[in-house]
Design a protein around this ligand. Sequence first.
Ligand code: G3P
Length: 217
Amino acid sequence: MKFFVDSADVDAIRDLAELGMVDGVTTNPSLILKSGRDITEVTREICEMVEGPVSAEVVALEADAMIEEGRKLAQIAPNIAVKVPLTWDGLKACKQLAREGRMVNVTLCFSAAQALLAAKAGASFISPFIGRLDDINLDGMDLIADIRTIYDNYGFGTEILAASIRSVNHIAEAAKIGADVATAPPEVLKKMAAHPLTDKGLAAFLADWEKTGQKIM
Ligand code: G3P
């Protein structure tokens, strides 16, 4: 499973990238706002730091305007994936940008039917939002499973990018189902290393080691 960092915080991305944990980055207008940075400037900086796809989102609502914005965003760096919303206009923009050879990430996906349309429109990535489905008492993981089945049934190459990830379990469950990518906030990715039994075991080993009076030289 590939890990993307869902953030526009360059320090947090760098920290994870140094460990080789970053296969790509996803941003959105809310994350750009949170960064307090100019979209072009911060996206360029991220693209220089990360070799894999960096998603940058259009904000226009009409297809032609989305295509224009997508072309501008794609000029920032060769590893830009243009992110468009899963609307009819977004699908039109996806089709055209894909025709031009650009990577497109179709975002705000909440149903298997939407995911099928995105694949047919040539999306490189589909972003089903797990957490936001869980928020309304639906099961985001069921959607990942349904999309996996549909894409495998027909051999679609669109990668399933599990998004709106809020917990370590979300990542593990999405990996079990076979999502190609998980995009998660840096703090969730770092929490993957934590386990209370690891902490407890380590404390016991260190206490026993202290009693030996030895040192590793
Ligand atoms: O990748 C999409 C993500 O940023 C949305 O996450 O937690 O705002 O639903 P969230």
